[in-house]
Design a protein. Structure first.
Length: 194
């Protein structure tokens, strides 16, 4: 190989290496400042307690639990006359939630569970958890909000655990929530395994 041929090969290799390095450098994303981590607006879901009877306070407190635990979704009472994402009703059965899509559905605050000693705020936060996309986790410990009645009547923990919080954050990570991902489902909380 002549000196001229070797120089051409070397120059070609340098050009290829340089162009690869420049394209890699320009493709790398700029670091995101910590303050910009949660700049997107939270998804706001409204709830209607006009049919919740004696459970209005428990539902408001259950919503406050979620509002204090996650950033990507906010639960707010619906303005009078407005259609809400979540309808809350009181009845004499067991608590349950029927989801129609992520963030939408109906919750029945069942008096039977409260009459047996289950905590009404835990019930409200648990049923709201279903509306936010969480399944039952039964049987489970009291530290898991979604363990529901399986944790026993002595359990009053209304706080979601780290995994439950992370799942809700993931469910509402973008404002373009896709209801097609979540099929309608009825969750009925009863003591013991699901």
């Amino acid at each position: 190989m002549t000196l001229r041929s070797a120089a051409r090969v070397l120059i070609t290799m340098l050009v290829v290496a340089l162009s690869w390095t420049v394209s890699q450098a320009s493709a790398a994303p700029a670091p995101v400042p910590a303050s910009a981590t949660h700049t997107a607006a939270a998804v706001v879901l409204t709830y209607d307690t006009s049919g919740a009877a004696e459970f209005v306070d428990a539902v408001d407190k259950g919503a406050a639990v979620w509002n204090g635990s996650v950033e990507n979704v906010r639960l707010k009472p619906a303005a009078s006359g407005d259609r809400a994402n979540i309808e809350i009703l009181a009845d004499d059965g067991w608590p349950r939630a029927r989801t129609t899509s992520l963030g939408n559905g109906t919750i029945w605050m069942g008096r039977q569970a409260v009459d047996e000693g289950h905590d009404s705020i835990r019930i409200a936060a648990h049923e709201l958890g279903h509306i936010l996309g969480l399944p039952d986790m039964k049987p489970g410990p009291c530290s898991s909000l979604m363990s529901g009645a399986s944790a026993g009547v002595e359990c009053t923990n209304a706080q979601p655990d780290a995994g439950e919080r992370a799942a809700v954050e993931d469910n509402f990570a973008s404002a373009g929530v896709s209801p097609a991902v979540y099929e309608p489902r009825l969750y009925q909380d009863r003591p013991g395994p699901a």
